[in-house]
Design a protein around this ligand. Sequence first.
Ligand code: LMR
Length: 402
Amino acid sequence: YFSTVPQAPPDGILKLSVLSRADSDPSKVDLGVGAYRDDNGKPWVLPVVREAERRLNEDPNYNHEYMGVGGLPALTDGAQQLIFGSNSPAIGQGRVYTIQTISGTGANMVAAVFLKQFKRPADAAVYISKPTWGNHRSIFETAGHEVREYKYCNYKTLTLDIDGMLDDMRSAPEGQIFVLHACAHNPTGIDPTEEQWQQIADVMSERGHFPFFDCAYQGFATGDVDRDAYAIRLFVDRGFELLVAESFAKNMGLYGERTGCLHAVCQSSDVIPQVSSQLNRLSRATISTASAYGAKIAATVLQDPRLYEEWLQSMQDMSQRIKTMRDALRDKLVALGTPGSWDHVSQQIGMFSFTGLSKLQVDTLRNQYHLYMTDDGRISVAGLNSHNIDYVAQSIDAVVRS
Ligand code: LMR
């Protein structure tokens, strides 16, 4: 039975963690998976998360009962306000439904299956940016969609190809599904400006396209959760119906706890019963009931004003350290006289920099310098620190010159 199953290709991001773990060279630097590290290269448990865990551990009523199929209301309510704003008219009008998911990936998958069953027109394709997070194609194809690409990155200048993006949106048949990165585009670190988001909304509206926002890095792009939600709130204000996948992996450091939400913004509260019933059904069929531990931590942080303020500060600290590392890498490459221009490393935002290094250069860095980044030249800037930055800059310099 199993002998006819073909081998699947390794995941382009997760394979790096395996390779890097197996590499015992002391100079090794892992810039692969997008996970925050402190200046000693260690994972950082946010102080607010430690505090929330302490409260949970000390709660005599704590138990491991099933949660409801929609998830923990304290989490889903808090998550809604984080994404749409505490004064959001859409929330006030009762036209947002939120279901807890297995982090951002689970939210993508629930959305993908939901759209496969209910998309209009039924043959609408899913358009992902070129490039995009390596898992997007796999998720939407697994759910049975036809996946196409829209232009996003100008690979020569490493800037946004806004004209190409808008052209592709205009020339796509009406009513297609567009996957948009809410902020801190993965892998490029290149986001549209506010004016460009308005142009994107104009074209999406003209063509009747359906926006699906993937929001995995709120707080990581600018350090300000409201600014990072600009695009989503713009589209909601413009009257779009849409879906948003939200992850607490990065901004709360809850990577392995798989804590996230899927939000559906509908035109009217009248359709919420239908939409919520279908999302709940899909979730029940796949994960049965939502997972508890990470949700309880995130909900504690979201619902406690003091912890919430402290969390905002931690996000600023993380995004600021990343920004400092971007500038340091750019400055060191410039000081070394490394051929090429490196300003983009500084200008890009979020967790990643799309360096422009070729596959051959990436392979050489991996095999000869023990420096791990994805095949497309993406580095997780959070993996840089004051101890490894010189080595990374010198290695890139050597490989670019060779
Ligand atoms: C990444 O892009 O590195 C992260 O989103 C982790 C993942 O699951 O791929």
